[in-house]
Design a protein around this ligand. Sequence first.
Ligand code: ZN
Length: 794
Amino acid sequence: MTSTSAAAAARATVHGYPRQGPNRELKKAIEGYWKGRVDADALRATAAELRRARWQQLAEAGVHEVPTGDFSYYDHVLDTSVMVGAIPARHREAMAADRSPSSRLLPHSQLRSSGGTPMRRGCPLDGYFAMARGTQDVAPLEMTKWFDTNYHYLVPELGPDTVFAADSAQQVAELTEALGLGLAARPVLVGPVTYLLLAKPAPGVAAGFDPLTLLDRLLPVYAEVLGDLRAAGADWVQLDEPALVQDRSPAVLNAAARAYRDLGALPDRPRLLVASYFDRLGEALPVLAKTPVEGLALDFTGAAAGNLEDLAAVGGLPGKRLVAGVVDGRNVWINPLEKSLATLGTLLGLAGRVDVSSSCSLLHVPLDAAVERDIDPQIARWLAFARQKTAEIVTLARGLAQGTGAIAAELAANRADLASRAGSALTHDPAVRARAAAVTDADGRRSQPYAERAAAQRAHLGLPLLPTTTIGSFPQTAELRTARADLRAGRIGTAGYEERIAAEIREVLAFQEKAGIDVLVHGEPERNDMVQYFAERLTGYLATQHGWVQSYGTRYVRPPVLAGDISRPEPMTVRWTTYAQSLTDRPVKGMLTGPVTMLAWSFVRDDQPLGETARQVALALRDEVNDLETAGSSVIQVDEPALRETLPLRTAARAEYLAWATEAFRLTTAGVRPDTQIHTHMCYAEFGDILQAIDDLDADVISLEAARSRMQAAAELATVGYPREVGPGVYDIHSPRVPGVDEATALLRKGLDAIPAERLWVNPDCGLKTRGWPEVRAALENLVAAAREVRESL
Ligand code: ZN
């Protein structure tokens, strides 16, 4: 095909679309099903209707080929485990009532005959949800982050005895639904290599087991699914291989080559599109280009923009279909259409056919920016959620196929919107910029080295050995949630709300004093969320009303948007912290969310380097830290639970990230006196990659998640000679279990193997907001008793 006819054939598509529906109907139906208020048929009907509405909307917007199989009741990786029959042994029994696990997800009308066994009403989805959430008797699959996004998937559990078996029912049913609407549809599957790379050894299997060794067993199952989809009318099938954008060994690259050579050699199969996203495909690009697959989908946004030159370097994809992800699928900004058209124009010379898509599934962005009412319309023009992104993709495809004249109006509007953003006072606050530009290395350094600070803090705080503390939040009770709802609905006024907060703080303080905790917290009752609370108080940060994004299962979050230059019009936490301090003689920790976590759990600016945004947030937080100190706080904690999770996927980019991330933390905290003690906190373990960075934060005390791993984090820090104080958690707050005194004592003794008594703290793994008061009371009393016991034995 010549490039002119390649252009004329350009089509619009997306890799996937938000699942929840305009009013989170899916979440409501599923949670209703769990509570027994919605029956299985009603849930399936809601799901089918949401899928139909979504496809229709995409088609009406001008999308030529809609995705299928991107829907899920919980998680698409779990769906893949069902599709390949990788059901953990402990769950098989729960599912034994029916032969086909995925048929549990289908309307009765679409079920193949299941050997005469009638389906029982109300129970067919239960085995699936049991794998996702666990039951009283059976533990769920582990959950972890999907690459560097905030979406979480259920980790496949595999072992040498895993027997795969194809179950294509759900994929075939969805394809059939979409084809039935008269649409061109493309099933989207997690690819076999990525599926295995995301898996972990099943419980009881040696940790050294490499799931990739199962590839030869898995490929025939994919072959069968592809055959079923072909028989059901699939022209193209997309296989997602995002795991190939990370640094991979020759063995993994060979596995990818083999997988797509073998699948490509199947006699009667759909055409195959292998998709990658989130970073450049790198060494895997020439590997995949050489396989017989008919198309590749590549990300051309952000860190992945280098795919363009890589593609040229390998001589393009002659004769193949290239699906060009030029619209950022994981951020919320309008697309620079002319720049994208230029990229697409270059790509035309590099492939047999070029289609336009999002960089990845639109699952990672909210549904529709047009329903936001509280965002200034001048700023709302800069935002593109899934609906708006779809329109951009369609526009770009039209521009590519028919020339820019065909989209002149869209280009003019886009130019104006981009100019409005670039020239806005919100994105360019001269005072913020001048301050950030004037930062020196000294601003990010404490005035004295740690040893001297530690002595000053010891004298100032007068804490016992093995001091006890908590991580910040106390139970977010139903009363607190009601109070917030009452305030929003106008049933109570600000004064009434604040009195409830004050009463809660009094109770939290009284409990901690009585329990004998040494460094107290106010309990964070006034915070809806540890990022949103600050976003609502900083200029340049936007909160959305309906910007829900799936975090996992039926849990959706509304990440705020870092839209402009960041400044702090007034103190954000000083009032409640000083109120709490006024109630006690013991130190009360000031409690802030750190700059890296603020970025990680928000949508970030794409018009300046991340490090610059981090620096602006850090300077605003620095003022808060200094104000807390002035108001009398001697201990201030700056939480950075997300430091590890924003680590770039490619190792080459990590040093630069860690440099600006640790600088932002130090900038936040370095302005205090030597005798003011700076704490930080991290959870979501696996600190192995960032031990040096943790040291570079130069915090006086760090509390870490460590109870489940039996103090592993403390041991790891000790191996790099970490010189400061450490509080490895001795209370696993993810479980309703109350640790006994003996258990906490044993963990503390283990902690002492790694960290000397003068530098060891006693605390839970994380905040207590998700726990109930009875457990928290008992657990903290035990924790104090354990600290006393170990102290006395020293
Ligand atoms: Zn935590």
